[in-house]
Write a protein that binds this ligand. Sequence first.
Ligand code: SF4
Ligand code: SF4
Length: 113
Amino acid sequence: MATFITEECINCGACEPECPNTAIYVGAAQYEFQGGTHDAISNDFYYIVPLKCTECVGHFDQEQCAAVCPVDCCVPDPNHVEAEELLYDRAKQIHPERPFSELSAANSRFRKG
Ligand code: SF4
Ligand code: SF4
């Protein structure tokens, strides 16, 4: 996964446009994945599609949803721990059209001191 949105969410919508992978959807909205449309994961709160979230690896040095959330409810899911390399590969699969820089402190939260 591993970022998810808790029930503390106040549905402000600030996180949705910040996600580089379009992994965040408003509650009850269907989501798009690999050419298909799927039922919402949450009907009450904004939610993150696990298979579209890279913890912002490949893009930014920290999770952008967590950075803007006013109530700090975008948090790592301890039940879905994923390795940096897997998240990086996911980012490349989601964006096959764009080149990715080597992993560094600038585009992976795993490399920050
Ligand atoms: S951690 Fe990054 S990739 Fe995952 S949902 Fe938040 S903004 Fe999107
Ligand atoms: S920024 Fe936080 S409170 Fe606002 S919709 Fe996203 S998860 Fe919910």
